[in-house]
Ligand binder design. Structure first.
Ligand SMILES: [Zn+2]
Ligand SMILES: [Zn+2]
Length: 148
């Protein structure tokens, strides 16, 4: 594997882990390079397919950072329309997050995952409530028939 260098300060990146996934981190500015596979794995873990599908990149523009993967100028964009800008390889081989962005993207994923969890637990209690109505109606009928 070739040595990856930081797109911001050209320091050699070191292999590390981000949220349990392999990543390359800059010891100087603490930025993180995630491959497309890794980003998708993190998204899969954070939420369901609902979040993973749909456009990832909004407001794309080129920046004067050399991609650790191919050396081309990186593309800066808004991650999934959130107020969070990260950079990617022009061929989407990987993504660069600076120190605060690395934390923010996990917050965004967590928030999104907990919204989905809340939506599904709301649905769950609605289902339980409906089931409850059915049970009590059934019990009332049984009572009415004198079999409860
Ligand atoms: Zn750096
Ligand atoms: Zn590249």
């Amino acid at each position: 594997m070739t040595q990856l260098v930081c797109p911001v300060d050209q320091t050699n990146l070191v292999l590390s882990k981000t949220a349990g996934q392999a990543s390359s981190n800059c010891p100087e500015c603490h930025g993180v390079w995630l491959t497309l596979d890794t980003l998708e794995t993190l998204e899969d873990k954070a939420a369901n397919a609902d979040m993973v599908k749909g456009q990832r990149q909004y407001g794309k523009h080129e920046v004067l950072h050399d991609c650790p993967h191919c050396g081309e100028n990186m593309i800066r964009f808004r991650y999934r329309g959130y107020n969070l800008e990260i950079e990617s390889c022009p061929t989407d081989a990987g993504f660069w997050l600076d120190k605060s962005e690395e934390r923010e993207i996990r917050d965004v994923m967590k928030k999104r995952a907990s919204n989905l969890a809340r939506a599904s637990s709301a649905e769950q209690s609605w289902n339980n409530a409906r089931r409850g109505v059915k049970i009590s109606l059934f019990q009332r009928i049984k009572h009415f028939l004198g079999i409860s």
